[in-house]
Design a protein around this ligand. Structure first.
Ligand code: NDP
Length: 338
């Protein structure tokens, strides 16, 4: 019998979550039934959306049930299969959750996807060539729709989504400007990811200061904005949006623990004739194949760079997740499980 370490959500946070909201348990793996596949996880993805799932209230998705394994994207290897489509040794992406192994009903549509790790590292399928990459691709190409020569700004620019947004914008001939927390992240965004500029929002304590810095970094105004944060950053960008600018509302992480994030100048949506569109990447599955193909080709050829923050062992997942919500991660936050 193989032991499976799992992390359960055992209580719901009021405001900031703590490690007490989670519990580590050990269970024995059951024998496989027909149609099932046993996957040993190599990496678990930690993502900001998980904070929303910890709440009781229904959002665009059902809440994470209490006393069940936390939801999460995973990549791993098939170790045993009772499904004709999968063989031991196959590398697969799934939603295996915060645990070392998952027994997957492989007949469920979308439960597993085989991935080719010849030219793309397996962990990238949780980042630049996975859900965060497709999120960047979708929001930029379908909502911001930038043309060559235009200016695109993205917040949380050094992260899993933001880093891809700026590099795709550059590849399309745009000026790419990031907003990130701290000098190290900003240096990385410019020097390694190739953005034209990056503003450290922590240096700007009020709206006027951030908005003035944006004016300097975006002398021709802003045509496309990819929003990951909300609050003062969103207000500062809105003040610099050009007429008919497009804003992709991808995330509002500064409010995920329940803080109010009022918008100071909604009148600018009217005055500047802005388009502001929220989106959830999992509702656009039709876009995934083309996006994954493009992102995979770019990563394999070295044209799309990314960085990972790796925590080790399933026991470290809660702490690493809390860190992600505070910006302690630098690039895609993963947990290595083997
Ligand atoms: P990141 O890798 O960017 O990590 C989160 C980053 O957010 C932190 O590193 C931190 O960066 C920044 N951050 C956290 N709290 C604050 C705060 N209070 N103010 C400013 N910045 C903060 O995460 P992802 O790339 O995975 O996700 C980025 C965004 O995209 C999130 O909002 C997420 O919810 C959203 N998302 C939306 C999807 C959709 O379908 N709509 C799908 C996937 C992601 P820093 O140190 O620079 O502040």
């Amino acid at each position: 019998m193989t032991t499976n370490k799992q992390i359960l959500l055992v209580s719901r946070p009021q405001g900031e979550p703590t490690t007490d909201n989670f519990r580590l348990v050990e269970t024995q793996l059951p024998p496989l039934a027909d149609g099932q596949v046993l996957v040993r996880h190599h990496y678990l993805s930690l993502d900001p959306y998980m904070r929303g799932r910890m709440n009781e209230s229904k959002s665009y998705a059902e809440p994470q049930p209490l006393d069940k394994v936390m939801i999460g994207g995973t990549v791993g290897e098939v170790v045993e299969s009772r499904h004709p489509k999968y063989r031991a040794g196959d590398k697969v992406v799934g939603i295996g959750g915060w645990q070392q192994y998952a027994v997957v009903d492989a007949n469920q549509p979308g439960a597993l996807r085989t991935v080719d790790t010849t030219h793309v590292p397996v962990s990238a399928y949780l980042g630049a060539v996975g859900m965060p990459g497709v999120t960047a691709w979708y929001g930029l190409s379908k909502i911001c729709q930038p043309k060559a020569g235009e200016t695109v700004v993205v917040s949380a620019a050094s992260g899993a989504v933001g880093g891809v947004v700026g590099q795709l914008a550059k590849a399309q001939g745009c000026r790419a400007v990031g907003i990130a927390g701290g000098p190290d992240k900003c240096r990385y965004v410019v020097e390694e990811l190739g953005f034209d500029a990056c503003l450290d929002y922590k240096l700007h304590h009020d709206l006027k200061s951030l908005s003035t810095a944006l004016k300097d970094a975006c002398p021709d105004g802003i045509d496309g904005y990819f929003e990951n944060v909300g609050g003062t950053i969103l207000d500062a960008v809105m003040l610099r949006m050009n007429a008919h600018g497009r804003m992709a509302l991808c995330g509002l992480i500064s409010g995920y623990n329940g803080q109010p994030i009022p918008m100071q100048y909604p009148q600018l949506i009217l005055q500047s004739r802005l388009t502001l569109q929220g989106f959830i990447v999992s509702e656009h599955m039709e876009a995934w194949p083309a996006a994954l193909k493009e992102l995979g080709t770019m990563v394999a050829s070295g044209k799309l760079k990314y960085r990972e923050s790796i925590a080790h062992g399933i026991e470290s997942a809660p702490e690493a997740f809390l860190g992600l919500l505070k910006g302690k991660n630098f690039g895609k936050q993963l947990v290595k499980l083997i």
